[in-house]
Write a protein that binds this ligand. Sequence first.
Ligand SMILES: Nc1ncnc2c1ncn2[C@@H]1O[C@H](COP(=O)(O)OP(=O)(O)OP(=O)(O)O)[C@@H](O)[C@H]1O
Ligand SMILES: [Mg+2]
Length: 268
Amino acid sequence: MGYLEIKDMEISFPTPKGKYIAVKDINLSIAKGEIVSIIGHSGCGKSTIMNAIGGMIIPTGGTVFLNDKKIKAPGPDRGIVFQNYSLLPWLTVYQNIFQAVDAVMTCSKFDKHEIVENNLKMVNLYIHKDKLPGQLSGGMKQRVAIARAFAINPSVLLLDEPFGALDALTKGTMHLELLKLWNLDNREKTIIMVTHDIEEAIFLSDRIIVMNDGPSATIREIENVRIPRPRNKLDIVNSPEYRAIRDRLLHLLTDKFSIEDLGIKYKN
Ligand SMILES: Nc1ncnc2c1ncn2[C@@H]1O[C@H](COP(=O)(O)OP(=O)(O)OP(=O)(O)O)[C@@H](O)[C@H]1O
Ligand SMILES: [Mg+2]
């Protein structure tokens, strides 16, 4: 059994018109230390799957196991960056991160303070630590959420479009920070990330899960990324492996239309 095991999962929601099946027949086995991305069109159920792994949603069918235990609720073993950041609006940037660290870690108050400060520096928000979320830009809020998830050093990191609101330069830095964190932990941290960015998915992942559209969305295909690590972004984007994966993913995501219809041109 994999470290994270999703078995025959179905998630439906009650609606006034009856139940809406968001995802079904989801089977997935993820090894400890694997980096897996989930991609698919808006509304196909990516956040729903992440929420089930996080323990915020209990599947209406099937089971999710982490380390052989059935997931029934959120826990400190899983750090989450939500799609909508989920910061507490009445706490400052510093306090938002400190509160999470304090709830999960057993070290001294001084060590917790150090952890918060180091993570604030990592996301380049140290000088903004006393601001409230309402005083931050979207990208800054997102970086607070990233710092908070990294700070509690969970064995599973669940990242729901974690870098979507960031400019390209900051995004590139965050990719390297994420890999640094993973390497520091001897590549034992399991990372599951939702993204709409194909380049990001290929650069970071060992496997990419491509979803079908909903309702009743299923896994359409799983793409293995066998590009050796450490990866250098500039080197890999020109490699034949990278281009082949990118073309397959683009095809899977756009096959309802012809590529020409969408005006996407392949560069050779
Ligand atoms: N609490 C809920 N009640 C009813 N329907 C829901 C609920 N949560 C999600 N859904 C539905 O489930 C489907 C999947 O939603 P989800 O948020 O997982 O999509 P997504 O793939 O994350 O999309 P996006 O890329 O836009 O974030 C959508 O049709 C959504 O309306
Ligand atoms: Mg989502």
